[in-house]
Design a protein around this ligand. Structure first.
Ligand SMILES: [Zn+2]
Length: 416
């Protein structure tokens, strides 16, 4: 009897200890999982951001409309038109399709209706959207008259809604969530920096909708996952020394990111100093090569006014950056007054275009009638390597660790 009792008690203890061990394991797994899914920003006292209580509004210029003499827009709901930055409507209307906006001596023509102002805003009712150049947008539209009878449209959009599209415009939404979260935080930091720099410099818009700032395709690039990435990181930005910094990023570094000083001649700070990257080999642009005839290269350089005349017979890389990216090139010319011309690799890449020369990380082979460029990576090379971030996320590395890797010594804070 005593023996059976003893055995039962022993079994009970054994099961209890198994249960405790199992609970402990589940606890560890749950905390590990939550660590890798949601960023936990550090609680840093950021006085500089205390006045930002909610997502700020951005003015994003739709580059297809920039400097146009006339451009159409559509609204899929009823809407009102106000003077720029005013509340009182000066015109209300039902939905419209392809109504042209054209500058005139007395203001702006909205189809056949004169709006007697150089600037006005269009605000759809309820959940309506504005369509411009085949893309639909949330928020409002600022129609802005430029000098010499030109105009530009700017989407007026709150930061969080804007980012839901930027994340999907910059990255394929099927990439791991942690990469999308890292992208959302980098893009929020970049966007906020540009709002500030527009205020300081007097620039009339905050950002462009292309690679001149951040890609932004409007509603079509929003998905359930991009929305989740933005919601999970709501209000989270990166700072350095208690202030904003321009969180540059690019598609693929090809092995090394580069100092912002060497790429953009901007002050070098530890988060933008450049570092080795072992994660972007998954990118289809990790290695590439492209051939161009000497005639085409010459024509592209003449068009960009990088050479005065003659034809390019040889390209010599005379200086490289620490990563190995080309920095300065010597162009040997034939048939003109000048025998050679030194140009920066960045100018050279801009002249040939990013489609042909995906980065400045290249060497040149002379094929006789043509040049073959063997290169690595895609983009300018400063800041976060986006495909590296994807590679890290695929190895179960969290958004926090991805951002710490590409922007070392930065801090993560939640400002609203
Ligand atoms: Zn990389």
């Amino acid at each position: 009897m005593n023996y059976i009792f003893y055995r039962n008690v022993k079994n009970l203890f054994k099961r209890l200890s198994q249960l405790i061990l199992l609970t402990l394991c589940i606890g560890i797994l749950v905390s590990f999982y939550s660590c890798i899914t949601a960023p936990k920003p550090l609680d840093v006292n950021t006085k500089s951001f205390q006045d930002i209580k909610e997502p700020p509004y951005l003015k994003v210029v739709l580059t297809a409309t920039l400097n146009q003499e006339s451009f159409p827009l559509s609204v899929n709901s009823s809407f009102s038109i106000t003077e720029h930055n005013k509340d009182a409507p000066i015109l209300t209307n039902g939905s419209i399709a392809n109504v042209y906006i054209t500058p005139s001596p007395k203001g702006l023509m909205f189809g056949n209706t004169l709006i007697p102002h150089n600037d006005f805003d269009v605000w759809p009712d309820n959940d309506g959207a504005i369509a411009v150049n085949g893309r639909s947008y949330h928020g409002g539209l600022w129609v802005h008259a430029l000098p010499e009878n030109k105009l530009a449209f700017c989407n007026i959009i709150d930061m969080e809604t804007y980012l839901q599209s930027v994340v999907g415009s910059e990255l394929t939404p099927s990439y791991p969530l942690q990469a999308l979260i890292a992208q959302a935080i980098a893009a929020r930091t970049y966007g906020l920096f540009e709002i500030k720099s527009a205020k300081i410099s007097g620039r009339w818009f905050d950002l462009r909708d292309d690679t001149g700032s951040q890609a932004y395709n409007g509603i079509s690039s929003e998905t359930v996952k991009t929305i989740e990435a933005v919601e999970q990181s709501r209000g989270v930005i990166l700072i350095y020394n208690d202030g904003l910094f321009k969180a540059f990023y690019h598609s693929t570094c090809g092995g090394y990111t580069e100092s912002v000083k060497d790429i953009f001649n901007e002050p070098e700070i530890p988060p933008l100093k450049g570092r080795k990257c072992n994660y972007c080999e998954i990118s289809k642009f990790y290695e590439w090569n492209t051939a161009l005839s000497k005639g085409d290269v010459t024509q592209m350089l003449l068009n960009a006014k990088l050479i005065p005349a003659g034809s390019v017979s040889r390209i010599e890389i005379t200086a490289t950056l620490p990563s190995g990216r080309a920095n300065v090139l010597k162009l040997h010319l034939a048939g003109g007054k000048t025998a050679e011309k030194s140009v920066s690799a960045a100018e050279f890449r801009a002249a040939l275009g990013a489609t042909y020369l995906k980065s400045t990380y290249f060497v040149v082979e002379d094929l006789g009638n043509a040049f073959r460029f063997y290169g690595r990576g895609y983009g300018h090379g400063a800041g976060m390597c986006q495909m590296g971030a994807v590679g890290m996320a695929e190895s179960a590395i969290s958004a926090i660790d991805i951002l710490q890797y590409y922007y070392p010594f930065s801090q993560m804070v939640k400002i609203y």
